[in-house]
Design a binder for this molecule. Structure first.
Ligand SMILES: Nc1ncnc2c1ncn2[C@@H]1O[C@H](COP(=O)(O)OP(=O)(O)OP(=O)(O)O)[C@@H](O)[C@H]1O
Ligand SMILES: [Mg+2]
Length: 384
């Protein structure tokens, strides 16, 4: 609906549309033109572009971002003097259409990572004991992989003890479009946690079936897009969630975190050997809090030594295939401070001993060829 009927202004209008095709929706990360978000474009004779944009939901937290992205892109078009952005909200039909175009027609939630041919590598970070550093390891691996340019998602599957959003420094709430949940991003990592759905610090008191349902939702209803890596931060122990995860994503691999302490190692072994029953692959073992470097350069082994190697050896024996010790992460006050302040140490202090060790583990996990990971834990006769 160009005001001027001549070809000159049509070209400007086309140029505006071409510019809009380069504007991505900040959450879905696809061009707004493809998502049906451009309601209309007109260019007046005096070079004012009027762009009407549909938001997916009313009160969309990204409205300002979208407005400024559109303004910036259209301002750069030759012949445009001013940009006027008008926001509207999609109708239910339009949202349904958008969902269809993003996820196909299926009404049933589908877990993309469990589909044959999925290229996403899924790692479940597990331990036997609590407090050994699963969440710290998870967020640091995720941030390090995202910094390498990989598309990374994290599910905080520790429903009772959710701590991932804090460690990644986000208080954002997910946006809901139809039945899709848009995950907030922090340090380039898409993250979803039960902590984002409860008020303040309310404890979550759920039973097994509800936990299973919550995890299923996190995996199926969240719009993750094409992920290279998905990390799940599991609660300590060998409980419901570990089994649910194995059922929901059979191709997920287990990453076992332990401290050097022998008692912790024994419990970690049990967590690892659950893979035997669930037939999951074991990606390897990470030993955390391995030692503290003293000012004189010596290492103080606060929690003893050898736990990581013990777990790796023992799991290798149990499973009959090598399970690597992927790294030893020193105990470093900076690591905790970085976690508390919401910037993982691999970003805040990448060359620190802990940052270096964590980045090294991230490299190993990111570059491993899929299918060579660990081994097939098929204990069915046909498996070997
Ligand atoms: N290598 C390390 N150096 C110093 N502090 C660490 C290290 N690893 C973890 N921590 C700190 O130890 C505490 C426990 O770590 P974290 O929360 O990551 O463990 P977790 O295994 O996820 O615990 P939970 O079982 O409660 O979920 C945190 O305060 C964390 O900052
Ligand atoms: Mg934790």
């Amino acid at each position: 609906m160009s005001v001027m009927g001549n070809t000159g202004s049509q070209t400007v209008e086309q140029a505006v549309r071409a510019a809009l095709a380069k504007v991505d929706d900040p959450e879905i990360r696809k061009p707004i033109t493809e998502l049906g978000m451009v309601k209309g474009v007109t260019v007046s004779a005096d070079g004012v572009a009027h762009v009407a944009v549909y938001l997916t939901v009313a009160g969309c937290p990204m409205r300002d971002t979208i407005t400024s992205r559109v303004t910036e892109a259209v301002s750069a078009v030759a012949g445009i003097r001013e940009v006027d952005v008008e926001l509207d909200v999609m109708s239910d039909e339009q949202r349904t259409e958008l969902r269809r175009s993003l996820r196909g027609d299926s009404e049933e939630p589908v877990i993309p990572f469990a589909q044959p041919g999925s290229l996403t590598r899924v790692y479940c970070v597990a331990s036997g004991k609590g407090g050994v550093g699963k969440s710290s390891v998870t967020v640091n691996l995720a941030a390090a992989m995202a910094a390498k340019g990989l598309s990374v998602g994290v599910v905080d599957a520790d429903i009772y003890g959710h701590s991932v959003p804090r460690m990644l420094g986000t208080e954002a709430r997910p946006t809901k479009v139809e039945n899709m949940i848009m995950p907030p991003q922090a340090h380039g990592v898409k993250v979803i946690s039960i902590g984002m759905f409860v008020e303040g610090n309310t404890p979550v008191v759920w039973r097994g079936p509800m936990l299973h349902r919550a995890l299923q939702q996190f995996l199926a209803d969240v719009f993750w897009g094409d992920l290279d890596i998905l990390l799940l931060d599991l609660p300590p122990g060998t409980g419901d969630i570990a089994i649910s995860t194995a059922q929901l994503i059979p191709n997920a691999e287990l990453l076992v975190v332990t401290t050097p302490q022998q008692a912790a190692a024994e419990v970690a072994e049990r967590a690892g050997s659950i893979a035997m029953q669930t037939k999951q692959r074991l990606a390897g073992v990470v030993e955390n809090m391995s030692w503290m470097e003293l000012p004189d350069g010596t290492r103080m082994e606060v929690f003893g030594s050898g736990g990581g190697a013990t777990v790796a050896d023992s799991l290798s024996r149990t499973l009959g295939a090598p399970v690597p010790l992927l790294g030893q992460i020193p105990l470093e006050p900076r690591l905790r401070e970085c976690g508390d302040s919401g910037t993982p140490i691999v970003l805040a202090d990448p060359d620190s001993p802990a940052g270096t060790a964590l980045r090294d583990v991230a490299d190993k996990l990111a570059t491993r060829a899929r299918g060579l990971a660990g081994m097939s834990l098929g204990i069915s006769p046909a498996g070997r």
